[in-house]
Design a protein around this ligand. Structure first.
Ligand code: CA
Length: 227
């Protein structure tokens, strides 16, 4: 269940991001969704806001002037458990591990998809408010975004990291046709040009593991998991 527009209106989000264009578009998108939005353009101001106000969630850039995202997070975690979604430019395991140690709740790697950011933000808020579940169930398949595990008929399904990422993306966007371009951008680095067939391979492997009809191909458009 997604929060209704009215629920979202009561929620207050802090965005700490120094890139003016990104900050503006994020703030606009969140306000469109009905969130109340505060912004900060450096780590010091952001940490001050985060400590003084009880936000429902914080979007926190890693590379920030004055105090970086890790510093903000470290300071915040001394007093508050506000859910934090880190926006990181680098998708390296070192960054992820560091984030976990410091107490980040989730990550998105730039450039990210706005729909995904909104979905993760909702999930983060649901989780922290205790109504939550990190599980997405479609038919007999259950995916847990917290543990990054998948079961089918209560039996664990072994997936590669790419297969998991692809499946999670399609399940978050259940009921929508996801274009191949969107999947490429989500799965692969921009400079990976040799991967045009890999997407089909991953989809084919997922079908073998989850049932052929679980992912539908919409010719000329993309892929879809019916919700
Ligand atoms: Ca930045």
């Amino acid at each position: 269940m997604l929060p209704s527009r009215r629920d979202a209106q009561r929620m207050r989000i802090l965005i700490i991001e120094d890139e003016p264009d990104l900050l503006r578009s994020l703030a606009m998108a969140l306000r469109d969704e009905g969130y109340a939005v505060d912004t900060a353009t450096n780590g010091e101001d952001g940490a001050f806001n985060a400590e003084s106000i009880n936000y429902d969630a914080i979007l926190l850039d890693v590379m920030l002037p004055k105090l970086d995202g890790w510093g903000v997070l470290e300071r915040l975690r001394k007093t508050k458990k506000t859910p934090v979604l880190m926006l990181t430019a680098r998708d390296t395991s070192r960054d992820r591990v560091r984030g976990l140690d410091t107490g980040a709740d989730d990550y998105l790697v730039k450039p990210f998809d706005l729909a995904e950011l909104l979905a993760r933000l909702r999930a983060l808020i649901r989780r922290s408010s205790g109504q939550a579940t990190t599980r997405i169930q479609i038919g007999e398949v259950i995916l847990d975004t917290a543990t990054r595990t998948v079961t089918r008929n209560n039996t664990p399904v072994e997936l590669t990291a790419r297969e998991y990422t692809l499946l999670e993306y399609l399940m978050i966007h259940r009921g929508e046709v996801v274009t191949r371009t969107a999947l490429y951008e989500h799965l692969f680095d921009e400079d990976d040009s040799t991967l045009s067939n890999l997407l089909d391979v991953h989809v084919s492997n997922l079908r073998k593991k989850l049932g052929h009809d679980f992912i539908t191909t919409r010719r000329g458009h993309g892929y879809c998991i019916e919700g």
